[in-house]
Design a protein around this ligand. Sequence first.
Ligand code: DGT
Ligand code: MG
Length: 392
Amino acid sequence: KPSPVKSAVFSVPSYACQRRTTLENHNTVLTDALSLLAENAELSDEDGRGVAFRRAAAVLKALPSAVMSISQLSGLPCLGEHSLRVIKDIWENGASSEVESTKVSERFKALKVLTGIFGVGAKTADRWIREGIHDLHQLQNSGQTLNRAQQAGLQHYDDINQPVTKAEACAIEEIVEKAVSSVLPGAQIILTGGFRRGKQTGHDVDFLITHPEEGREVGLMPKVVSWLEAQGFLLYQKTTRNSYLESKADGPGRPPSNMDRFERCLSIFKLPKMEKQGAKDSQNVTENCLQANQKSDEPECPEAAPDRRWRAVRVDLVVSPISQFAFALLGWTGSKLFERELRRWARYEKGMSLSSHALYDNNQRKYLRASSEEEIFAHLGLEFIPPSERNA
Ligand code: DGT
Ligand code: MG
């Protein structure tokens, strides 16, 4: 296609953590296609391919305008042969044949439906598919034993797969704030994850909890959970305890990069539906919720009740000691690719190991302290990127 306007060649740095990626995306057709292939790869235990597609999509998300011609892409990082083929296909034919055939493939559809159940990962879904289970109905009739998380996930399937709004996240923030300040005055909570990056919806709501005096946060999680449970706010919860100190045996040079070891509570919240006026009067949200939960009788099949006055929402709580707070905040704000790129930058460009707990300098053989995200970026020799520009 001859392009009437001369389009400039784009140039972006190669690590996502060197770039500012806002939620304004000028290339959604291309990035949606590449993200779908990434998702398919991740669900198929092909993580390498998954990351490659995620990186390619992230480069396009960072462009200041829509791509007008293939020639603009020459010299951009992370666009491998495969990703370029997908882009060309869309460019020339209006759609990528690989993306379209993936979308309608029975396997991909089944993987999506089954991993949509809270507590079901790609491995379990794959095993079930090999046993002929492709949907929720077949799963329910299969006699498969489900663990407690999966049972709750199945029970609240529709709610959990409906995006959480910012207003709902704020209502939950108020409830968690009340729980935290009731059991430990002075403790602080902060909304992390996608909502901290400015997203208007999310698949869950993530919170980080700490206390300005080191050590005071010990034992906090069970108390918060008990408070929430007593008030009827939890449909499901599983708390895992802090195991960071135990793990020091792993050696400081190689802290495990992915899984962190904070005390963490994976939960399903019972959020009373917000009345339109009530939602505006934010002071009353918690009170309204408390009253609604006290009134409600538990029906046998909760999601089936047509006029039920609450919805289920996935909520993650993490407790961090104040000394690790900046690292935890950076690590839990995302996006997932941004986090991955920060760790890759640290390791390969700086000889450092970054986790959600600490930053270790392999050359100086010491931990680098930080009490803010800005300090961590500075240690890493990176320009500070605010949360709203970490949407890689
Ligand atoms: P969402 O919820 O779909 O709108 O998107 P996000 O960006 O909130 O993603 P989410 O909720 O899966 O995770 C939030 C951030 O927390 C993400 O950037 C990565 C981080 N994260 C999630 N799970 C873990 C974990 O097990 N360990 C560590 N270190 N970080 C995690
Ligand atoms: Mg989230």
